[in-house]
Design a protein around this ligand. Structure first.
Ligand code: NAG
Length: 229
């Protein structure tokens, strides 16, 4: 049986927590309108599983990274080059594998879209979900940032009264550069905004935001409150 539901997958709910302005005056000025827009998410289940063995070449082992990208690309009609395996894990008892695949444009990741496939122990697809977008207004002329990461950090730190938290990724070095902080925010009108993704924290105030600073002008276009009540 094929179920079609529209819901927000759990991996996005943390980011969708309401952007309640903290009581602090500086943050209150930002208002709830700063919460990022999230594209509608599509979720389907496939009962006992969809055979995806065609994505594994004859004589080769099942590769969850390759199969999840190839399957999602065909299923959602995306160019495989615009999908990148991000993360996954295997349930040791059930043998169920979860794979998250992010969407990119010109090698730059979308901050507000995501995709996921779940395989059963027989490597058949049991669920698929995605909030991938199709840009109708190509951000071609905006691919190059005019602000530096340093400038973007300053904007976010001042507006949100906190300190930049460099992202820690096991695959990358601890220092983050301009390019690795650049992301796209997909917009409801089919366009995308090039932004710097800047995490800003204030321990004494107990605040932690993911700020998205416009890569072309010194302003915050959206922010996610990680500690919203
Ligand atoms: C944290 O917030 C307080 C109150 O707004 C401010 O005085 C302080 O400088 C902030 N700390 C950092 C590290 O920005």
């Amino acid at each position: 049986m094929l179920l079609q539901l529209f819901l927000v997958p759990s991996f996005l709910t943390f980011a969708m927590a309401n952007f309640f302005a903290p009581s602090d005056n500086a943050n209150a000025a930002l208002g709830p309108q700063l919460q990022p827009w999230y594209p509608e998410s599509d979720f389907k289940t496939f009962g006992s599983g969809l055979d995806v063995s065609k994505y594994t070449p004859e004589g080769q082992q099942f590769d969850v990274k390759k199969v999840s990208v190839a399957f999602l690309a065909e299923y959602y009609k995306k160019n495989p080059d615009s999908l990148t395996y991000r993360d996954g894990y295997e349930d040791p008892d059930l043998g169920v594998k979860h794979a998250w695949v992010e969407q990119t444009h010109d090698g730059i990741k979308f901050a507000n879209t995501d995709g996921k496939v779940t395989f059963n122990r027989f490597n058949k697809v049991v669920t698929v979900s995605s909030s991938y977008v199709t840009l109708t207004t190509a951000p071609i002329t905006l691919l190059k940032a005019t602000l530096t990461l340093e400038e973007a950090i300053k904007v976010a730190e001042e507006a949100l009264r906190g300190t930049y938290v460099p992202p820690t990724s096991p695959s990358a070095s601890a220092t983050s550069d301009d390019k690795s902080s650049l992301q796209f925010l997909a917009n409801a009108d089919g366009s995308a905004t090039l932004v710097y993704s800047v995490p800003v924290k204030n321990d004494s105030q107990g605040t932690y935001f993911q700020a998205y600073v416009d890569a072309h002008e010194p302003k915050i276009v959206a922010a996610t409150d990680y500690v919203a009540h």
